[in-house]
Design a protein around this ligand. Structure first.
Ligand code: HEM
Length: 153
């Protein structure tokens, strides 16, 4: 296969043409998403509400950050780099609406700091949709099996 022309970004993607179109329209690429993820989790770790929940479950942040960059690469750029399962990772967490609202507030703030306006809108829309479905999954797990989930104070 021919090498891409020099002005073509080199990307590994399941859907290269769609990925290139999104990159052009939003200014997002792997480097920008890496900065977004690292800066966002820096704020999360320092946050009084969210920090302790993460600290109780994540001791080695390197692999978690790598996984989250792959997740955002898949979600925002459709590269297919992430192969995990977000729902079960959240159903037993002691979180409610206020935690998801705080998560989204920090994510929006970071996206505006790091991305172009189009890039920020692109990732924020997707974060809001996923947060809504994770919140519903947490509520559903709590209703189905109330003793499996720590109670909220
Ligand atoms: C209340 C807000 C949230 C909290 C407290 C939270 C907390 C966590 C924690 C502690 C983990 C690590 C789980 C483990 O490895 O044992 C995790 C994983 C993850 N979170 Fe969240 N999260 C929140 C919201 C979100 C949202 C809104 C998204 C997506 C937009 C998200 C995406 C992910 C993904 C993709 C993983 C990795 C799952 C895997 O492949 O293992 N989280 N989260």
């Amino acid at each position: 296969m021919a090498e891409p022309a020099d002005d073509t970004p080199r990307i590994a993607s399941a859907r290269p043409e769609m990925t290139l179109a999104v990159m052009r329209e939003t200014g997002l690429d792997e480097e920008r998403l890496t900065e977004l993820v690292h800066r966002f989790y820096g704020k999360v770790r320092d946050d009084g509400m969210l920090g302790p929940i993460f600290a109780a479950r994540i001791t080695d942040w390197g692999p978690h950050l790598d996984r989250m960059v792959a997740f955002w690469s898949s979600v925002a750029l459709m590269t297919g780099r992430y192969h995990g399962a977000p729902v079960p990772a959240h159903t037993s967490l002691p979180v409610g609406r206020a935690h998801f609202d705080r998560w989204l507030a920090l994510f929006r703030e970071t996206a505006h700091e790091v991305c172009t306006p189009e890039g920020a809108a692109h990732v924020i829309l997707r974060a809001e949709r996923i947060a809504r479905s994770l919140h519903m999954a947490v509520q559903d797990a709590r209703a189905t099996c109330p003793h499996a989930v720590p109670s909220l104070h």
